[in-house]
Write a protein that binds this ligand. Structure first.
Ligand code: ATP
Ligand code: MG
Length: 179
């Protein structure tokens, strides 16, 4: 049976190819044009200055992007810095509250899949909030290696496949394309 009623979706952009965050930003731009309120919380990010931060600043209070990390994350057992874990926990607390509040039509959890993959965040906690989310709220999760529990829960899951990337030729990240 085809369900045609309006409802909030859970989307995941994952996979090794480029475009996971870019696609989420594109959807956010589309939502903004429909008069929707958009909150983008970026897990782990923080040291680089991305163009989308300045673009969002021109769009008013209904389109907010916040970096919730500090950029460089050391991971792997004892190497995981407790400060990074603390920042992820703080980001998640804010994300959960934002989703459950119903104040935002679209909440983007950028790079959250990495935080989960690095075992800094329990996927079961994320799943629990997604199961309880207000019906009309859309949520997008990005990052490689999306957790199977979240893939199962999501409505739309896209895997970016790398065919080639400029980086392999030694071309560094380009302004306006990568940041
Ligand atoms: P983007 O932000 O460009 O949409 P992404 O969200 O798909 O990329 P991330 O895993 O978040 O990818 O990585 C962020 C950075 O790594 C970006 O600068 C991106 O261009 C770069 N990157 C993404 N995919 C690749 C790849 N396959 N090889 C090298 N660099 C990549
Ligand atoms: Mg990304």
């Amino acid at each position: 049976m085809t369900e045609t009623s309006r409802r909030g979706l859970i989307l995941i952009n994952t996979g090794p190819g480029k475009g996971k965050t870019t696609a989420a930003l594109g959807t956010a731009f589309r939502a903004a044009g429909n008069g929707m309120r958009v909150l983008i919380l970026q897990f782990l990010k923080g040291s680089w200055h991305y163009g989308e931060l300045d673009a969002a600043a021109t769009m008013g209070e209904d389109f907010i992007i916040r970096q919730m990390g500090r950029g460089f994350v050391k991971v792997g057992g004892a190497e995981t810095d407790p400060e990074d874990v603390r920042m992820v926990e703080e980001a998640w607390a804010e994300a959960a509250a934002a989703i459950l509040s119903g104040d935002w039509d679209l909440v983007v959890l950028d790079e959250i899949n990495y935080a989960i993959g690095y075992k800094m965040l329990d996927p079961e906690k994320v799943a629990e909030v997604l199961r309880q989310k207000p019906e009309m709220v859309h949520v997008i999760l990005t990052g490689r290696n999306a957790h199977p529990t979240l893939v199962e829960l999501a409505d739309t899951v896209t895997e970016m496949r790398e065919i080639k990337h400029a980086y392999e030729k030694g071309i560094l990240a380009q302004r306006g394309i990568e940041f």
